[in-house]
Write a protein that binds this ligand. Structure first.
Ligand code: DOR
Ligand code: ZN
Ligand code: ZN
Length: 426
């Protein structure tokens, strides 16, 4: 038995829309029919009626925290992938700051086994650059690659030593693997919970300066130029970083970058008070930085959108702005937020947004997903672009609830998600 997804419309990067029927069988897209001809014979198959709705390739999120192993009170691979499915994501790449850190083939295999058990959303693990993410000794890149990692990163912390980063890049380049970097110079941070800006001044808090991110971006762009590696910048949040990435691209450096919905939508001036659901790393920056990352995404300096889905328990987040851990949820609100605030308002085309969450990430990381071509993996997301719904805490399927977007009225909600031919959300 197969699945028919009928009467929906697709959109390409040029924003051209075509009404199409899709037939899914054995985990693959088996047929694509232009929907102006005769109705297909769907007898004996599951039918999803997508009339009036967008049918997009399943969204790809190259930066997520699934917390397993080690922090199952925040999220598990089962709950995290279900949260991803609700958000329309069919492929997610998980960060190695688990316990143990993803620094051995055994932990990679543990994650892949758990993901297979959870059955549905594809999980691509990253391996850490350094053992236990301590910045002291490189992991066994060859063994991690063999076990199935899609890149190397110490996300959660920056690699402080330039020599360590250069060695990592040279090694990754020799095996045709990317380095993905959380850019943060610790000597410029020292326990600040928010950005150096209006909010910090008003509340008498220390601020995280923009240079703490941009210094690593600049350093690593030079090291990427020297080593030839594909270097990918995590969660770009500052105007300085955008400027440096733009310059590096102009100079032919193999550099790519990502941005999160919250850094496109919120500045430190939007933080309502000392509520740690507004605390993440990098922090919400100034309105000028928000404008710069939007422009960076629009002109291609920043390639893709990711969520940095970072669940933390309510207990942990109740410790307050100073003590609570950094991070907010991402999966379930990403597309509705960006659709409502950028597409429905006429700033971006739908095709632009969908491409940045599907074909582009696939292209940047060389993945065979993010496409609706016949023969490709059956990863499809059906989205109701019209019906407004409030973000309700009770409806969040992640194990954690740490998001500043509760109560927001949004449209663009995924209503059915199919991953590798399995209906994982409807
Ligand atoms: O906000 C963040 N949360 N930034 C990070 O770098 C780590 C992440 C986490 O693991 O919670
Ligand atoms: Zn990070
Ligand atoms: Zn992260």
């Amino acid at each position: 038995m197969g699945i028919w997804v009928v009467n929906g419309f697709t959109v390409n990067a040029l924003d051209e829309r075509v009404k199409r029927h899709f037939f899914i069988e054995d985990g693959k897209i088996a047929k694509v029919l232009e929907a102006d001809g005769a109705a297909p014979d769907t007898a004996g198959h599951t039918v999803i009626d997508a009339a009036g709705k967008l049918v997009a390739p399943g969204f790809i999120d190259m930066h997520v925290h699934l917390r397993e192993p080690g922090f199952e009170h925040k999220e598990t691979i089962a709950t995290g992938t279900r949260s991803a499915a609700r958000g329309g994501f069919t492929t997610v790449a998980c960060m190695p700051n688990t316990r143990p850190v993803i620094d051995t083939p055994e932990t990679v295999r543990y994650i892949l086994d758990k993901a297979a058990e959870a059955g549905g959303v594809r999980v691509l693990p990253y391996g850490s650059i350094t053992k236990n993410e301590l910045g002291r000794e490189l992991t066994d890149f060859a063994a991690l690659k063999e076990a199935g990692v899609v890149g190397f990163t110490d996300d959660g912390v920056g690699v402080q030593s330039a020599q360590m980063m250069k060695d990592a890049m040279a090694l990754a380049h020799s095996m045709d693997m990317p380095i993905i970097a959380h850019c943060e110079d610790n000597t410029l941070v020292e326990g600040a919970p928010v950005t150096d800006g209006a909010f910090a001044r008003k509340h008498g808090l220390k601020g995280i300066p923009n240079e703490s991110e941009a210094i690593h971006v600049g350093r690593d762009a030079l090291l990427a130029e020297a080593t030839g590696v594909h270097y990918h910048v995590c969660h770009v949040s500052t105007e300085m970083s955008v400027r440096l990435i733009r310059l590096a691209k102009q100079n032919g450096v193999r550099i790519t970058a990502e941005v999160c919905p919250h850094h496109l939508l919120l500045s430190d001036e939007d933080i309502p008070g000392l509520d740690a659901n507004w605390k993440m790393n990098p922090p919400l920056r100034t309105p000028r930085d928000v404008q710069a990352v939007i422009e960076g995404l629009e002109d291609g300096t920043i390639d893709i959108i990711v969520t940095d889905h970072a669940p933390h328990s309510e207990e942990e987040k109740e410790k307050g702005m100073m003590l609570a851990p950094f991070g907010i949820l991402g999966f379930e609100t990403a597309f509705p937020l960006l659709y409502s605030k950028f597409v429905a308002t006429g700033k971006w085309t739908l095709g632009f947004l969908v491409e940045r969450m599907t074909a582009k990430p696939a292209q940047v990381f060389g993945l065979p997903y993010g496409t609706l071509e016949v023969g490709s993996a059956a990863d499809l997301t059906v989205v109701d672009l019209d019906t407004p719904r409030e973000v309700l805490k009770e409806e969040i399927v992640s194990k954690s609830k740490n998001t500043p977007f509760i109560g927001w009225q949004l449209q663009g909600w995924p209503v059915a998600t199919i991953a590798s031919g399995n209906i994982v959300w409807s």
